[in-house]
Design a protein around this ligand. Sequence first.
Ligand code: PMV
Length: 334
Amino acid sequence: MSTTAKATARAGSNIAFIKYWGVADASLNLPLNNSISMTLGDLYTTTTVEWDPDSPLNADTLQIDGAAATGSKAERVSRHLDRVAQLAGIDRPPARVASHNNFPMASGIASSASAFAALSVAAAAALGLHLDTRALSALARKGSGSASRSLFGGYVEWERGCDDASSIAHPLQPADHWALIDLVAVVSTAEKTVSSASGHTLAHTSPLNTARIASLDRALAQVRSALATRNLAELGPAIEQDALAMHAVMMTSSPSLLYWQPATLAILQAVRRWRANEGLPVYFTIDAGPNVHLICEPAAAAAVSSRLQQLDGVQAVLSSGPGAGTTLIQEALF
Ligand code: PMV
């Protein structure tokens, strides 16, 4: 084992404009479709990994936001550490892992994307294992599909691919290409009852899934073109439509997944009212939960944020622009 047994990485979460929903291969997290996202610069996870052959417990330990984590969360991290050791071709020692989110975990922001991107980069570096960003993206994907995109900064596309090596993300536009803002309206802080990992395996049970997938080539092209030309009026309708299509698939799966709360729908109605009545250029998207992400340009952000805070049921508003990809940093968490 290399002498560099400890490393720390920082990864931004991301918000998908065209969603990843549904797996073709659940063990490798090969998706049914390409997806496109913006890596968030201001909502990120920092993770320190230390491989410790002398661990007194002879087991992995995991801390998230200062508290010991056990059960399925810890097992998922241990399985990911197994993958990293397997790539390095070693019989692995136990690891000590600490992770910190700069946003409340209970805020409903997808923390698995930033968590598995940071864990992949820190764990590989701590082993002295040099992987290029393509290999890191494939590795992160197996922890959480959306983590494959957080390896890269700015605007990113994850190619569906057909096997482990080809299902990886790549940058479409750098972060400084377009200063879009994601305002996250938090309406519930409850942990979701059905994780996205199990939701992905249900997508094919919806009669609407085939129709959504068939429509995506066009939607992906529209989003790529809108990003290239910084055209919010072209981007917005495409992201709203895919968020609604994904939730239609979720709602019509067996069993049915209904992530929305009354406040979710109230925000969608408000966004459309602000656009129609006031010409406010803002569009929505929603992940696998009840919180709503509002996408706008900096000039509209203050107006959108203050309107959001006046809506019943909005508990908090978080904000982020595009940011950098996953990087190693010097400041360790322990
Ligand atoms: O990476 P996962 O398994 O948490 O799935 C993410 C699913 C969505 O957030 C709903 C969509 C996406 O592309 O991020």
